[in-house]
Design a protein around this ligand. Structure first.
Ligand code: BGC
Length: 465
């Protein structure tokens, strides 16, 4: 393995940051299109006089679409390239936004929201995949996490758009505006280079070299190219390779981290924050929504903090810190509900706990779950493996969101939040035993370690070849 230490000059740095921002717009669409429905549904319900079952379908069909999109598209990113897949996804986002804005019936609306879901499912892993493959190793954590930053910005923007159009009950505008970032993503992506790693995989070594030269010093680019060439000189990628014995530990880590990202309850807060705030005693809809905007702002702000720290402090310390904070805040939330603290106290404890929770998620499991799955899989089956891990994320997301309201009834709010806290505790054990520290290691180094049989915890540690 080459351990080149050349530093980047500011021109190179600017170039990769610029391309990363464009590709990360896919994250913005992910965030916007999952967030916007919480406000829009109120008016959709009214216009079409929906039953609660129909309303649930309109809301949750996006998650099903995302699951289907993620699992069925894995081969596409490996076969046609990361760039083409992202371009097509941008068009699907635009088509879905327009279609849902003009939908005249509930089935049509459901169909278009499903199509948007497909695009979200594909974009949710192709963007981090592309970002990890164009990034120089020292900035990879930050650049891949730009995608998560854009997810949080998308969620926040959707709250504001919902708020802005609520006075005219403008659900069509709320859904339709998603076309704007979709078209920006499409036009921006047209000018971006294809992933150098995918180019090598398909035999376009010269093109890969020229992309790398734009963003690295010549010496570093050549060294990286050599490493990539070596890593593709192995067997052909296929579904069968995915389930080979040596792949199973990384699949376990990839799916495991997604399990803990979702089963510690993030989307009960993202999707149901106003419900929780009202349960805790914030009477009016307006205050509950304002408090939700607070959650959105903290989510964005702390994701920025994570981006600044991730390549310096590393992935594992942030995961430990974040998860401990999430466990503490979930436990506090449970205590507040359990002891029926005087409502005035309860509502402030609930507010403080939820803000602490979201802050801790944003520095840890939010960005790092997506980052890890963009780092640990071997190049030949990276698209395929990421699609599988991503499909697991959407399945877990759906399972938690679909059962949350029932859980509140069966386990009460306190039992529900304590259950998430307990799962967070299991998450700590999982991270301690299995999570690699990939800070500063090249993707090829990680792949090499995997192939020589290192444990998942040691995947990021440089070894002499
Ligand atoms: C998760 C989403 C979540 C979002 C919140 C993402 O990393 O995958 O499920 O809604 O973070 O910021």
């Amino acid at each position: 393995m080459n351990n080149s230490t050349a530093t980047m000059d500011s021109g190179h740095r600017l170039f990769v940051v610029f391309i990363s921002f464009i590709a990360a717009l896919a994250g913005l669409l992910f965030g916007y299109d999952t967030g916007v429905i919480s406000g829009a549904i109120l008016f959709i319900e009214k216009q079409f006089t929906l039953t609660s079952g129909q309303a649930e379908t309109v809301v949750s069909v996006v998650l099903i679409g995302a699951l289907v999109g993620a699992i069925t598209s894995g081969r596409l990113a490996d076969r046609f390239g990361r760039k083409k897949v992202l371009l097509t996804t941008a068009l699907i986002f635009a088509f879905g936004a327009l279609g849902s804005a003009f939908a005249r019936s509930v089935p049509t609306l459901v169909a278009y929201r499903f199509i948007i879901g497909l695009a979200i499912g594909v974009a949710s892993y192709t963007a981090p995949l592309y970002l990890s493959e164009i990034s120089p190793k020292k900035m990879r954590g930050a650049l891949v996490s730009l995608n998560q930053l854009m997810i949080t910005v998308g969620i926040l923007v959707s709250y504001f758009v919902d708020y802005g159009f609520s006075s005219i009950e403008g659900w069509r505008w709320m859904l339709g505006i998603g076309i704007v970032p979709a078209l920006i993503l499409f036009s921006g992506m047209l000018f971006l280079p294809e992933s150098p790693r995918w180019l090598v995989l398909r035999g376009f070594v010269d093109k890969a070299r020229s992309t790398l030269m734009h963003s690295r010093h010549e010496k570093e680019a050549e060294a990286e190219l050599e490493d990539i060439k070596q890593s593709v000189a192995t067997e052909k990628g296929s579904w069968r390779m995915l389930f080979k014995r040596w792949m199973l530990p990384v699949l376990f880590v990839g799916i495991g981290i997604n399990f803990f990202q979702q089963f510690t309850g993030i989307n009960t807060i993202i999707y149901y924050a106003p419900t929780i705030f009202k349960l805790a005693g914030f009477q009016s809809n307006a205050t509950a929504i304002l408090a939700t905007v607070g959650v959105g702002v903290v989510n964005v702000a702390l994701t920025v903090v994570s981006i600044l720290l991730i390549d310096r402090v590393g992935r594992r310390p942030l995961l430990f810190l974040g998860l401990i904070g999430m466990i503490v805040s979930l436990t506090a939330l449970g205590i507040a509900f359990h002891f029926h603290l005087h409502t005035h106290t309860l509502k402030w404890v609930a507010m403080a706990s939820m803000l602490l929770y979201i802050a801790c998620f944003a520095i840890s499991l939010g960005p790092i779950a997506w980052l890890v799955i963009a780092e640990i899989f071997p190049l030949r089956v990276r698209g395929l493996s990421m699609s599988l891990a991503t499909a697991s994320n959407w399945t877990f997301n759906w399972a938690v969101s679909a059962t949350f309201l029932t859980l509140l009834k069966v386990l009460h709010p306190s039992g529900t939040f304590w259950m998430f806290a307990l799962l967070g505790f299991l998450g700590l054990i999982f991270i301690y035993w299995f999570m690699p520290e990939t800070k500063g290691s090249s993707l090829e180094q990680i792949e090499f370690n995997l192939k020589v049989g290192k444990s998942t915890r040691e995947l990021g540690i440089p070894v002499k070849s």
